[in-house]
Design a binder for this molecule. Structure first.
Ligand SMILES: NC(=O)C1=CN([C@@H]2O[C@H](COP(=O)(O)OP(=O)(O)OC[C@H]3O[C@@H](n4cnc5c(N)ncnc54)[C@H](O)[C@@H]3O)[C@@H](O)[C@H]2O)C=CC1
Ligand SMILES: O=C(CO)COP(=O)(O)O
Length: 323
């Protein structure tokens, strides 16, 4: 039996490499035939993870039926495609969900979507500050592994831990997912501050006040505060809000430089999840009665609805209140 990875973008490929670096067999499902050919033929994924030599023990496939001999499936598709790929996956196999986002139309978290798509499959979530290129290169990384079933969580943690890759166990699945989804929207805001030349004070303010928004929303959805303050929340927020290695931060930087969202989002191959999560999160926050002004500002910019200067002025002109 072997581990399988569903989705061969940057993160799925990096996770396959992590698990296969010591020669263990890993099955990798890719959507694109050219990715299957490149991984199997020349041990690389130039489309999504260029410059990283991959282990020959990764076997790529474009046929989901080939995942039937896997005893663990890491699901690493973009959040908006998770329902369809999980529905095609073999039933009854533990699913470790690695996508970060909220489903449009349903406002469901990935664990809730997976539960609907594969009701018989046990579910866990893997989320934290983890740039794919760094994990693929074997650089030290810590991550949250959340699972309601403590024994399964322990088994999965032991299965994926490596000398430089440390999963920390949690039973707060909702908290781990909310941190990963919300931080992508806040990273867009920090990118805007960078692109518009607003300075590092503004970035720190957005990280802190954004974390307050994440916490308010998370607590309203049943997350625990310590999860939001951990690797999958604050940890990932800090990582993604401070580097153009983040696609979300880079998208925001383009917006801050005055480019239109429609142009920045047209024809991109890689995913900036925050652009999809932002409007869903805004609607979910509104219906939960949770104020998220930074998220609202990102939504306005993504809709190309309000000029940047006006969005910034509106945030700064909010009534003064206690922290
Ligand atoms: N790249 C990273 O460093 C990290 C990414 N993640 C999360 O992992 C998830 C996947 O992101 P990446 O691997 O970075 O993707 P990516 O941006 O590198 O690649 C895009 C992926 O989308 C897939 N795709 C496009 N259309 C599809 C469809 N109709 N059905 C199924 N798949 C489709 C492509 O095959 C490809 O695998 C996202 O939710 C992301 O937030 C989480 C941690 C780190
Ligand atoms: O989730 C990530 C790091 O933890 C990757 O962030 P981006 O999707 O913004 O590149």
């Amino acid at each position: 039996m072997k581990a399988g990875v569903i989705g061969a973008g940057a993160w799925g490929t990096a996770l396959a490499q992590l698990l296969a670096a010591d020669g263990q067999a890993v099955r990798l499902w890719a959507l694109e035939a050219e990715v299957v050919d490149a991984v199997n033929g020349s041990q690389e994924n130039p489309l999504y993870l260029p410059g990283i030599p991959l282990s020959p023990s990764i076997a790529a496939t474009g046929a989901m039926a080939d995942m039937a001999d896997c005893d663990l499936l890491l699901v690493v598709s973009p959040a908006q495609h998770l329902r369809s790929v999980v529905a095609q996956a073999p039933a009854g196999v533990p699913l470790l969900l690695c996508s970060k986002g909220i489903e449009a139309g349903t406002s469901l978290l990935m664990s809730e979507v997976a539960q609907q798509a594969q009701p018989r499959s046990p579910i866990a979530v893997l989320s934290g500050p983890t740039f794919a290129h760094e994990v693929a290169r074997g650089l030290p990384t810590a991550i949250t592994l959340a699972c309601e079933d403590a024994a399964l969580g322990q088994r999965l943690a032991e299965r994926i831990a490596r000398p430089a890759f440390r999963p920390y166990l949690s039973d707060d699945v909702i908290g781990a997912e909310i941190g990963g989804a919300v931080k992508n929207v806040l990273a867009i805001a920090c990118g805007v501050a960078e692109g518009a030349g607003l300075g590092l004070n503004a970035r720190a303010a957005l990280i802190s006040r954004g974390f307050a928004e994440m916490t308010r929303f998370g607590l309203a959805r049943g997350a625990r505060a310590e999860t939001l303050g951990g690797l999958s929340g604050l940890g990932d927020l800090v990582l993604t809000c401070s580097s153009t290695n983040s696609r979300n931060f880079s998208l925001g930087k383009g917006l801050g430089e005055g480019q239109a969202a429609a142009d920045l989002l047209a024809n991109r191959r890689t995913v900036a999840e925050g652009a999809f999560t932002a409007p869903v999160l805004r609607a979910a926050a509104l219906s939960a009665g949770v104020e998220m002004p930074v998220v609202d500002a990102v939504c306005a910019l993504l809709a190309d609805a309000v000029p940047l200067a006006q969005v910034i002025d509106a945030l700064l002109a909010r009534p003064l209140r206690p922290e």
